[in-house]
Design a protein around this ligand. Sequence first.
Ligand code: ADP
Ligand code: MG
Length: 347
Amino acid sequence: MRSIFLTILLIISNLLIYSQPMQSKTKILLLMGSRFEITAVHSSEAIIDESIDVAIEEVKRIENLISEWVEGTEVDLINKNAGIKPVKVSVELFTLIERCKKVSALTDGAFDITWASAWKLWHFDSTLTKVPSQAQIDEILPLIGYEKIILNKQDTTVFLTQKGMKIGFGAIGKGYAANKARDKMKSVGIENGIVIAGGDLITWGKMANRKNWTIGIADPENPQNAIAWLEVGEMGVVTSGNYEKFVMINGKRYAHIINPKTGYPATGLISVTVIAPDAELCDALATGLSVLGPAKGLGLINQMRGVECVMVTDSNQILTSKGLSLNYYKNNKKNQTHQITIGQKKR
Ligand code: ADP
Ligand code: MG
């Protein structure tokens, strides 16, 4: 879980700028196997409570749609019918998979939901005690590849062409859920809020004191400290960490993001934060960039309008995309805080 990964600074102020005082309420609970923090800002406590309830319901609904672990979900049925037959799914899941394939194409296959075919080799818990052999990896590699997901738009069916293939939404599900929870909260009148889904977050409006949301990007070496602070309005901020979920085998760290081309864990970056209005896109890109590495990753983000990133390499270098500017810089020692702003024009 990455709740420690991003720290949120919520400055509570009693300044009453508007005629009705704004209040802020946060509910923390476990959803999708992760710590969720749902905060609503409004003058009416009843509306705040209602909004938090509808957000929770929405996240539970999404979990039941996309979990590959819960028996009988649409995703479970797709996986069980791999190499057998196409499975009819809801428009919601169908379009999510369509978007996943688009991000796969954008990242040259670095983000790929068919990575899940490798799940049986890479458990990332205490059951993983030795590195899979090259022969084992070679066996599963033909099962990985987003182009082997066949989508039929007319019938909304999904077909995985190879027996043993699997899809999994671990790299995008929380971002999607954050977007949708925000939408639900807005629909009941919440114009200011933040949803933190296991460290992936989306903000909108302002804090109760009418200031912008201030988001800290954690120092991978010492997650209590921030390496940078971001001031944001309506924005997704999502971090993928290659240091947080991993196993140690013979003194070497094997982390939970798999390079779909090699079948082995990605290396080179220990933390990637993507900043863009769409938390789902941020989530998918953060995972994809972790695989692509610093040079290709920055190259991609620097071509995308409205998307920025902060990366920490395994040699502790902090890299930022062109549209982020450091407007406060104490010194260049590790663990010092930078404040950065978003939205500079890209060349
Ligand atoms: P977190 O789960 O900490 O939010 P990510 O969003 O980066 O981190 O998702 C990592 C998860 O995505 C892994 O635990 C795994 O379930 C899945 N995954 C691993 N490698 C890939 C990949 N190359 N493409 C898509 N999903 C992946
Ligand atoms: Mg992700």
